[in-house]
Design a protein around this ligand. Structure first.
Ligand SMILES: [Zn+2]
Length: 300
């Protein structure tokens, strides 16, 4: 099953990242102007198309494709999908747009972070023609017809060019990676603090600001709908700050990335009440530790 109906007009698409269910999601707002928010890795594009079909939307019906940020698990498939979606316009934060038009640097830096082998599994994003992209800034509104509207809000911290999307009708919020990873079936939350641009102060400020919109429900890319809004916000804020302090202590001791990752995996395992974390959770922890170390290298 590729699709879960989240509410009257919102569907969650499972992109089956690297074949793994329930790790990377995208969201479809189905109205007169069907809108897809995020779209998974480049190699997930077929899962996205299957999801759209299950939700009863033809690729040619899609009117807007909104990658919340340019990271490969959110925007990787965008260029490939656009070839199937002749009527779709891309909307992205202005600071992310250059990477969508020319992903060369993004591919280079992602290869540095993940290595050639994993990059091969994620797939390289295809360039998107600039005339198909509309940039947005701090906050903008989009009318999707039939009483449906969305507000796109700039939510830096995880990445400087990230946006989150609030559904005006229901106040459900498509958070993007402004909140931590909450895999279903795993009790722990994992902060999403990847290289190269994670900034803890901005992330904490972002949570404060999106809280003011009083979302009723959080639609999280990793992974699923959450009605425990306060818990997710509180826990993200608390853990981002705590992880920075903990990794800083390890970083000062010049601990290697592998050893620091093992330390932080222990923390997550304790929270989750399990001994062995699934592989995708291990990768998430490693990427977050790497992002914090990168931030520390740059700033201290
Ligand atoms: Zn992500």
């Amino acid at each position: 099953m590729y699709v879960t109906k989240v509410s009257d007009r919102v569907y969650m698409l499972d992109t089956y990242a690297l074949g793994e269910p329930r790790t990377v999601g995208a969201y479809l707002v189905k109205g007169p102007k069907p809108t897809l928010v995020d779209c998974g890795y480049a190699t997930s594009f077929e899962s996205v198309l299957k999801g759209l079909a299950e939700a009863g939307v033809m690729p040619s019906d899609v009117r807007y494709l909104i990658p919340t940020h340019v990271h490969l698990d959110h925007a990787g498939a965008a260029g490939r999908l656009l070839r199937e979606m002749p009527n779709a316009e891309v909307i992205a934060h202005e600071r992310g747009v250059p990477h969508l038009i020319d992903p060369t640097r993004l591919i280079e830096s992602s290869t540095k972070v993940f290595g050639e082998a994993i990059m091969g599994l994620y797939g390289a994003p295809e360039p998107i023609p600039s005339e198909r992209i509309t940039p947005v800034g701090e906050e903008s509104h989009l009318d999707l017809g039939d009483g449906l509207g969305i507000t796109m809000m700039h939510t830096p911290g995880h990445a400087p060019h990230q946006i989150s999307v609030l559904l005006d009708e229901t106040k459900a919020m498509l958070t993007a990676d402004a909140v931590g990873i909450v895999y279903p079936g795993m009790k722990a939350l994992i902060p999403t603090t990847p290289p190269p641009s994670f900034n803890p102060a901005e992330l904490v400020a972002t949570i404060k600001s999106i809280r003011q919109a009083k979302p009723t429900e959080l639609l999280v890319p990793h992974f699923g709908a959450r009605d425990d809004v306060d818990w997710v916000f509180d826990r993200t804020t608390e853990l981002v700050q705590r992880w920075v302090e903990q990794v800083k202590a390890l970083w000062k001791r010049k601990m290697s990335l592998d050893d620091a990752t093992a330390e932080m995996e222990k923390e997550v395992s304790k929270d989750a009440g399990t001994h062995e974390l699934p592989i995708y959770a291990q990768i998430s922890v490693r990427t977050s530790v790497m992002g914090i170390m990168h931030y520390l290298d740059k700033n201290f």
